[in-house]
Design a protein around this ligand. Structure first.
Ligand SMILES: Nc1nc2c(ncn2[C@@H]2O[C@H](COP(=O)(O)OP(=O)(O)OP(=O)(O)O)[C@@H](O)[C@H]2O)c(=O)[nH]1
Ligand SMILES: [Mg+2]
Length: 431
């Protein structure tokens, strides 16, 4: 199965909590507040690299978490920021969040912050004012950005051409597509991959022509196998073999062996075989050569073509198109099966909340309570230390400033009415 997508849980680090602390000074019972701020949580950063070529690793590592920031401490010591988590991804990786593209990593060494670490909370030193000399509250650090990311590796091409040097790969591409690769009667004419688009019926195929492979390529012979990483990113392989090859079965198995040595996964990539250069050749010889390959190739469809005489090209393109569409379908189905059953429970999808705030009235057994919903106020609530009266009172102050308290009162809130914000619950007025 050709794996080119993965789902991962991304979790940036939580911000450190702010500290509550007071200076110790000789002869002074209680000095000023000196609780430091919490450090920022680590970001999750994706780095595109040409050294990674598949998303396979993410299937075994479905959670990517950056380090939290350290808490603040006394003597105005700020907590250290959490280390960012750098994650290497192949060039051509697209990252989606709730179906929306948030990053497209195309260049080598390109870095994108995928999830931001939470801000650290302010320590109590921050809350000192002329009217509040001994603030006994500090903020909590915010949670880091957390979501399920869908990764997709863009394919380089639908079809990759493989085969010995001189097999006629570039010629094939030049005839079926708009590409104009160099063609010559010697080995290793093609040094870097060429891409071309072939039209077939009402669709099209993106085809990649790759440098020729020889026996021992995986050990560095010929041009080596470094360019096979391009083959890895094609959905279907078209294996081209010169019909004039003496031991044609051997030619086929040699290339298969080199593909397998490079990456076993390439051996189950959907494949089509075509014998090339059949122009002017006797039908019987073509049939004999096809039989010889069939004996070692099993179920793989085998064709015979001539690029120069434009023979048999449409047939090959049609089968390739069908195979490409099957491969994409199979990948999509595999995607659905691949997720563990409890995946929902480990995914901490964040709900997007509109700007501003709204109030939901809840009435149970004649008792009235309210839920306040809004990005900003929920953010403040997350940062509030609910074990501290002062902390909750500050949240009440913010609610006043935002006009939420006024609206709550209008809706009938009284001192002991319960107010819910996010995961937190508290009374309307300090009890
Ligand atoms: N008669 C005939 N000759 C062909 C055909 N296709 C390719 N050739 C010749 O075969 C030689 C090699 O063709 P290329 O297309 O350069 O082969 P390649 O597989 O790209 O070779 P490398 O890039 O070296 O791996 C050239 O001289 C082509 O003209 C064909 O259909 N018929
Ligand atoms: Mg070539």
């Amino acid at each position: 199965m050709f794996v080119d997508t993965a789902k991962v849980l991304i979790q940036a680090g939580k911000g450190g909590d702010g500290a509550v602390s007071f200076r110790h000074e000789i002869y002074v019972d209680k000095g000023g507040p000196d609780g430091g701020d919490g450090g920022k949580g680590g970001d999750v950063i994706f780095v595109a690299t040409e050294n990674v070529n598949t998303l396979l690793d993410f299937r075994y590592k479905p959670e990517l978490k950056a380090k939290p920031g350290k808490n603040g401490s006394k003597q105005d010591r700020h907590g250290r920021s959490g280390e960012p988590l750098y994650v290497k991804v192949p060039m051509g990786t697209i990252v989606r969040r709730d179906g929306v593209i948030i990053a497209d990593l195309t260049d080598n060494d390109q870095e994108v912050i995928i999830a931001k670490g939470g801000d650290g909370g302010f320590g109590n030193a921050h809350f000192k004012s002329s009217v509040r000399q001994t603030p006994r509250m500090a903020e909590k650090g915010e949670f880091g950005d957390t979501f399920e990311a869908e990764l997709e590796l863009k394919l380089l091409a639908d079809v990759g051409l493989v085969g010995f040097p001189n097999a006629g790969k570039s010629t094939f591409l030049s005839v079926v597509s708009n590409a104009r690769p160099e063609i010559a009667d010697y080995a290793f004419t093609t040094l870097t991959p060429n891409l071309g688009v072939a039209d077939i019926d009402d669709g099209s195929l993106l085809i990649a022509d790759i440098p020729g492979l020889i026996e021992g390529a995986s050990e560095g012979k010929g041009l080596g196998d470094a360019f096979l990483r391009h083959v890895e990113r094609t959905a279907v392989l078209l294996h081209l073999i010169d019909v004039y090859t003496d031991d044609i079965a051997q030619a086929y198995t040699t290339i298969r062996h080199e593909l397998a040595s490079y990456n076993m996964a390439l051996t189950d990539r959907p494949e089509v075989i075509a014998l090339t250069k059949i122009d002017g050749l006797d039908e019987d010889i073509i049939a004999m050569q096809m039989d010889a390959v069939r004996a070692v190739a099993g179920e793989v469809p085998i064709f015979a073509l001539s690029s120069t005489a434009h023979q048999g090209l449409k047939e090959v393109l049609r089968v390739l198109r069908q195979k490409v569409s099957d491969a994409r379908q199979a990948t999509a189905e595999y995607e659905e099966d691949a997720l563990p059953d409890d995946y929902e429970t480990i995914s901490l999808g964040q709900t997007q909340i509109a700007e501003g705030w709204t109030i939901e009235t809840v009435e149970e057994d004649g008792v009235l309570s309210f839920r306040v919903i809004g990005e900003k106020i929920e953010k403040f609530a997350r940062r509030t230390d609910f074990d501290s009266f002062e902390g909750v009172n500050r949240l009440r102050d913010i609610m006043k400033k935002l006009g939420i308290s006024h609206e709550l009162r209008r809706k009938g809130a009284e001192a002991e009415t319960m107010i819910f914000i996010g995961d937190q619950a508290f009374t309307f007025i300090e009890q």
